[in-house]
Design a protein around this ligand. Structure first.
Ligand code: FAD
Ligand code: NAG
Length: 213
């Protein structure tokens, strides 16, 4: 039978041991964390933000609009045209048969865009659209068609004509060498591919950008 004091002593010792192990396990870095304030000290002085590597892809995905109102109507329209071009081209080059990771990436992209789009009032509208019509990511076709429908919702609100989504391929054909939407196949690893996993950074485990497919 051990005394209450001994028991408390053991518990505290164990807790300190655990804390020490956790600190040792922390990867080495050129910066130092002040355990009291949470401030990071490094070569660039005090850095307030620890989050250079998001813990998960979903971090920061949900939340309110970050950007202010964009008053200039000309700039707003130019930004819109450029963005739609980017987005439609993106969904039309997205894999025919995406992996779960690729699906999560596209979903995060749209949600992050709805926070960071440089026209704040447009972003707020876009957030509502995403809530009503969550991104469809199961295939290139579904993603492209979903985006076309969402763009049409914006067109409708702004009093613009509806776009015929059957014309997507013809309108956004970038001539960049991908196969047509209906027949493209996701390439599988050949027999000469000996390296176990080239898709991840060996050190950080961060997923790497894949070569053009
Ligand atoms: C996410 C987002 C939210 C926006 N919200 C607002 C807002 O709240 N208020 C505001 O004033 N502006 C908003 N804009 C900008 C607006 O949608 C237009 O981009 C801008 O008004 C310029 O319009 P446009 O007539 O040149 O054609 P755009 O709508 O920019 O379209 C560019 C071209 O894309 C093609 N296109 C049209 N519809 C589709 C479709 N459904 N699918 C595929 N291709 C199509 C056509 O060839 C068209 O000429 C937003 C833009 C984005 C990307
Ligand atoms: C509005 O934006 C357009 C395009 O970016 C720019 O050329 C113009 O000077 C801007 N107008 C004002 C009043 O800032």
């Amino acid at each position: 039978m051990i005394s209450r004091f001994s028991r408390a002593f053991l518990v505290i010792t164990f807790a300190l041991f655990l804390l020490g192990s956790l600190m040792l396990l922390h990867p080495p870095s050129r910066t130092y964390l002040d355990p009291w304030t949470g401030d990071l000290f490094g070569e660039g002085g005090v850095e307030k933000d620890l989050h250079t590597f998001p813990a998960s892809a979903a971090e920061g995905m949900h939340g309110n609009v970050i950007m202010p109102k964009l008053g200039n109507a000309t700039a707003k329209a130019e930004l819109g045209r450029a963005t739609w071009k980017l987005l439609h081209t993106m969904t039309l080059r997205y894999p025919e048969e995406p992996t779960d990771d690729e699906r999560a990436a596209l979903n995060s992209y749209f949600h992050l865009l709805s926070r960071l789009y440089p026209c704040g009032e447009c972003a707020a509208e876009f957030q509502q659209l995403l809530q009503k019509y969550p991104p469809q990511t199961s295939s290139r076709r579904s993603a492209a068609t979903w985006l076309c429908a969402v763009h049409n919702k914006v067109n409708e609100r702004l009093g613009k004509p509806e776009f015929d989504c059957a014309n997507l391929d013809a309108t956004y054909d970038c001539g960049c060498g991908d196969e047509p939407v209906s027949t493209a196949k996701t390439p599988s690893n050949g027999p000469m591919d000996l390296e176990a996993d080239l898709s991840k950074d060996r050190v950080t485990g961060v997923g790497m950008i894949k070569g053009g497919r």
